[in-house]
Design a protein around this ligand. Structure first.
Ligand SMILES: [Zn+2]
Length: 167
């Protein structure tokens, strides 16, 4: 099973337990490998890739830090590392979705996502990598995709983005 991760996932300056978890899990897997689990980096998504689920104004705000209120709508303080981390982490989600379609199972050590909406972040979620992963699987021809969100509360952002996907 391929599990996607790169140290860019944790490139943001602001750091709390939730943002450090991907690196903790990656370090643990490197130290004590799990048979059959292969850690690997994915291509980061691009700003253009994000436009299929986010508004141009919001993508530009997170890329540049301006306007600051929109760039920090997730509640994370903005720095350029946030942009780097999100592109890498969303890239891992897209790679995991494509890989799962081909190989049956895959993962990404990404965090966040489910509160992020088309035109803004929310609740510590900047971009919505879950929606990107669902769209990537949909683009490969899958229909009837079920997104299971096991967080303690409803994210809402994912459904607001992909709820209207045909099929
Ligand atoms: Zn949440």
């Amino acid at each position: 099973m391929k599990v996607f991760y790169s140290d860019d996932y944790v490139a943001m300056a602001y750091s709390v337990d939730a943002t450090k978890k991907p690196q903790w899990v990656a370090d643990s897997l490197r130290e004590v490998p799990i048979p059959g689990v292969r850690l690997m980096a994915a291509e980061p998504v691009t700003a253009e890739d994000l436009l299929c689920i986010h508004s141009p104004e919001y993508v530009r705000a997170v890329q540049t830090g301006r306007p600051r209120r929109l760039a920090e709508s997730s509640t994370f303080p903005w720095d350029i590392g946030l942009w780097t981390a999100e592109l890498a982490s969303c890239g891992g989600m897209v790679a995991a979705a494509r890989c799962a379609v081909e190989e049956g199972v895959a993962g990404s050590l990404s965090v966040g996502f489910h509160h992020a909406r088309r035109d803004r972040g929310s609740g510590h979620c900047i971009f919505n990598g879950l929606a990107l992963a669902i769209c990537a699987a949909h683009d490969l021809g899958l229909t009837g995709i079920l997104g299971i969100d096991l967080d303690a509360h409803c994210g809402g952002g994912t459904y607001s983005i992909v709820g209207s996907l045909p099929g």
